[in-house]
Design a protein around this ligand. Structure first.
Ligand code: CU
Length: 358
């Protein structure tokens, strides 16, 4: 209802504006003036208004930096995040002065060179020197930024350390489920054909590596200072796992495993103290518009000491316990159950047999 009223008010405002313009046209016709003729005074007014609006806009940008700057993310809570912040700072330090410089020149020129009857513009066809400067300088600056960005990306996505804790993050409309690899450090195999209401992640009961896996909902815990590798899956549509405080984002693609590893370096309690916010929580959000309840697809992440983490993990049921499968019933992996293919395998598979799936 409120939206309808806003729409009506906007339409009426446009109608009023059109009518006012028409009144001005008719009144100048009555005065014997040609309403289509632009006078020097019109030009001066327009250029002055351009300058005022332009400067107001730049003041607003400064205001946004000063007043809303505090709403930016706090210091990176992961080790690799420092590199991303550094990349971001360098980019901002280059583009912000350029933004102000180019806009001030634009505003000044529009004001200074408004059309006057007896003045013509200088005819200026070409200058190789100028062309070189404004082609070569941005090319060098932008190429350097891209090369630096790529080197950071390559560095933070290189192979995870062997002792990294393996955690599966399973996305579906509209929540997250996590699966910890348990004591063996290996996630059991899974497949979508195995999904049932009791086994929503489709974890294989026939893979002995599945037995000690722990399926966790609501919140995930991470030990501070230890490498963790997330393996992302999606059951339905594209989702994107986004952990802003850790500067981590990775798409969750149906039928494919994506991954990202990181080392959390600030506990939740330390971050509460640093930000002065007793309610602070690290978040896992979905950053891909995936449907009606996308906005609420989130989960808290608790970073704590290794002891507290182990204690918490111990308190969660293993897959075997929750499914009522005895540990002695562990069977070797059957041929029929295979893991979801990696991106390369999926591409090859799609190329050779379009009907086959994991
Ligand atoms: Cu989503």
């Amino acid at each position: 209802m409120v939206n309808l009223l806003i729409a009506i008010v906007l339409i009426l405002a446009i109608v009023v504006l059109a009518k006012v313009i028409r009144v001005f046209e008719l009144s100048s016709e009555l005065k014997g003036e040609d309403p289509a003729k632009v006078t020097q005074s019109d030009n001066r007014t327009q250029s002055t208004m351009f300058m005022v609006m332009g400067l107001l806009y730049l003041c607003f940008v400064v205001y946004a930096f000063v007043v809303w700057g505090k709403h930016l993310l706090p210091a990176s809570a992961s080790v690799h995040g420092e590199e991303i912040d550094h990349l971001m700072s360098i980019t901002l330090w280059i583009i912000t002065p350029m933004f102000f410089l180019t806009h001030l020149i634009l505003i000044f020129f529009a004001y200074k060179y408004f059309h006057r009857k007896n003045r013509t513009a200088t005819f200026f066809a070409h200058s190789t020197k100028l062309e070189m400067i404004w082609t070569v300088v941005p090319t060098i600056v932008l190429t350097s930024l891209i090369v630096y960005g790529l080197s950071v990306w390559n560095k933070i996505t290189e192979d995870e350390p062997d002792d990294a804790i393996e955690i599966e993050l399973y996305a579906k409309q509209f929540d997250w489920t996590a699966r910890y690899s348990g004591e063996d450090g290996v996630l059991g195999k899974s497949g979508y054909r195995l999904i049932t209401s009791e086994n929503p992640l489709g974890v294989s009961k026939e893979d002995k590596a599945s037995m000690d896996d722990k399926i966790v909902r609501g919140e995930i815990h991470l030990p501070v200072g230890k490498p963790v590798v997330f393996k992302f899956h999606s059951r339905d549509v594209l989702h994107s796992a986004y952990m802003p405080h850790f500067r981590l984002q990775m798409n969750c693609v149906p039928g494919m495993t994506t991954q990202f590893h990181m080392v959390p370096k600030i506990t939740t309690a330390e971050m509460k103290a640093q930000t002065g916010n007793p309610d602070f929580e690290y978040l896992l959000l979905c950053n891909k518009i995936c449907g009606g309840a996308h906005y609420n697809m989130q989960m808290n992440i608790i970073v704590e000491s290794e002891e507290a983490y182990n204690e918490w993990l111990k308190g969660n049921k293993t897959f075997a316990e929750s499914m009522g499968v005895g540990a002695e019933q562990k069977i070797e992996v059957s041929e029929a159950v295979s893991e979801e293919p990696t991106s390369e395998e999926a591409t090859q598979e799609a190329a050779t047999s379009p009907e086959s799936h994991s």
